[in-house]
Design a protein around this ligand. Structure first.
Ligand SMILES: *Cc1c(COP(=O)(O)O)cnc(C)c1O
Length: 423
């Protein structure tokens, strides 16, 4: 698209945006005593609240008031199968069959549960490939799993790094590492979208390479789910985990998601940490203490889930559906983030670098470094003071993520105006 650097042009794009009305489905934080709306570019960290969320939560509180324990069964959206109301929407976001996804626990908990099942060191094959500077929680989870198996992380954690002087990982380097260490790797575990740079990993190609050598492959989709379309089932990914409070707009600390490929559902011998909610539904309440895992991703559930949090996820998934699904959002996202990239390049190329790769390997987020004598941190603080919410990530990056569900083209111009003044 031929972009122009003008407010009128941006407003024209908003007027023509087929999903521009979705912004009205969200609460936008206010500034100046409620007179103005923030420019909220932080949906990669905490997505905004859909207006229907409080209604969905109140329905459950109301049900609990009226029905007590009977809310588990004879009513609309009974609690007993409540997580099942989320599988269709979740599966659509990650490209899975409904039997392959489940909402449960938190992201890091799910990562551990998945590694219990899919990291099975044996003989020479006992290393895990992750990225250097993975998100700390992922790093700790992998390190502690190695320790748990009596393996020294210094030796068994293989870290893929960007090349000297580069910010992003090269797919070819990841593939080369997988090939070189094929006999030693027991797991490949990478992000779908890298949290610091915003780089979208080539999940299909990485999965192909791992499968070629029979190495299980899992992805952390914290920054990918609700951001970019995926096809986890077709790619043959073994497992994936994600949280629901970033692009999924389900509220702080809300319940996470998990994908387990169908090829593992019949394998009752997989090691796992089990709980009663993973047991076959038809006999769960017979209380016979003979664990029979369900033949779906639900088999990895531990506990009966927090319904209020699941209600928030249901509200969010209904909002995605109303917008026309992830492909419609991705189409707008390419334009919206593309427009921001255009404005930054056009106006501030000498003062601001974009470390996020080009459109083919990026989603909503752009990660910016400041190339003037001002520190990135001080520029970030000036942005905040002027009503822009992005976020700052140590050591050196301002992350901004225009979200197609609720951000506007006009905000891109206003953001770049403010950034220009802040410099
Ligand atoms: C946000 C994020 C997490 C958060 O983990 P929680 O268990 O939800 O606290 C983990 N990993 C990555 C890559 C993230 O971006």
């Amino acid at each position: 698209m031929d972009y122009q650097d003008s407010l009128v042009f941006a407003q024209q794009l908003d007027a023509e945006d087929p999903i521009g009305h979705m912004r009205d489905a969200f609460h936008i934080p206010k500034i100046n005593n409620g007179a103005d709306e923030e420019i909220y570019l932080c949906g990669n960290s905490l997505g905004l609240q859909p207006k229907r969320t409080s209604e969905y939560l109140n329905d459950e509180l109301d049900k609990w008031q009226r029905l007590g324990v009977k809310g588990h069964f004879d009513c609309e959206f009974p609690w007993m199968p409540y997580h099942e109301f989320l599988t269709e929407g979740s599966a659509a976001l990650v490209g899975a069959k409904t039997s392959e996804v489940v909402c449960m626990n938190s992201l890091t908990t799910n990562l551990h549960l998945m590694m219990v099942s899919f990291f099975r060191p044996e003989g020479k094959r006992c290393k895990i490939l992750i990225e250097d500077h993975a998100f700390p929680s992922d790093h700790y989870a992998v390190e502690s799993q190695l320790n748990f198996h009596g393996l020294d992380p210094a030796e068994h954690m293989v870290l893929v790094k960007p090349r000297a002087g580069e910010d992003c990982l090269r797919t070819e380097d990841i593939l080369q590492t997988i090939d070189d260490l094929a006999d030693e790797l027991a797991l490949v575990m990478l992000p779908g979208v890298q949290y610091y740079t915003g780089q979208v990993m080539d999940m299909k190609v990485i999965s192909d390479a791992a499968q070629h050598h029979n190495i299980p492959v899992g992805f952390d989709l914290a920054h990918a789910t609700g951001n970019v379309p995926m096809a986890l089932h077709d790619w043959g990914v073994d497992f994936a985990v994600w949280c629901s409070y970033k692009y999924l707009n389900s509220g702080p600390g809300s319940v996470a998601g998990c994908f387990v490929h169908e090829k593992h559902h019949d394998d009752v011998d997989l090691p796992r940490f089990a709980g009663w909610w993973g047991h076959d539904k038809s006999t769960r309440f017979k209380m016979q203490n003979q664990f029979m895992p369900m033949k779906s991703a639900e088999a990895w559930q531990l506990s009966n889930p927090p319904i209020l949090s699941l209600a928030a996820i249901r509200a969010s998934l209904d909002t995605f559906k109303e917008a026309g699904g992830i492909q419609a959002l991705r189409d707008k996202s390419k334009q919206l983030t593309g427009y921001l990239r255009f404005l930054l390049t056009e106006r501030l190329a000498k003062q601001v670098s974009i470390i996020t790769p080009d459109e083919s390997l990026s989603g909503c987020q752009l990660s910016l470094t400041i190339e003037t004598d001002k520190t990135g941190r001080s520029v970030f603080e000036a942005l905040e003071a002027a009503g822009v919410t992005g976020d700052w990530r140590e050591p050196n990056v301002i992350r901004v993520a225009p979200v197609p569900l609720y951000n506007r083209f006009e905000e891109m111009v206003r953001f770049v105006d403010i950034l220009e003044r802040s410099l």
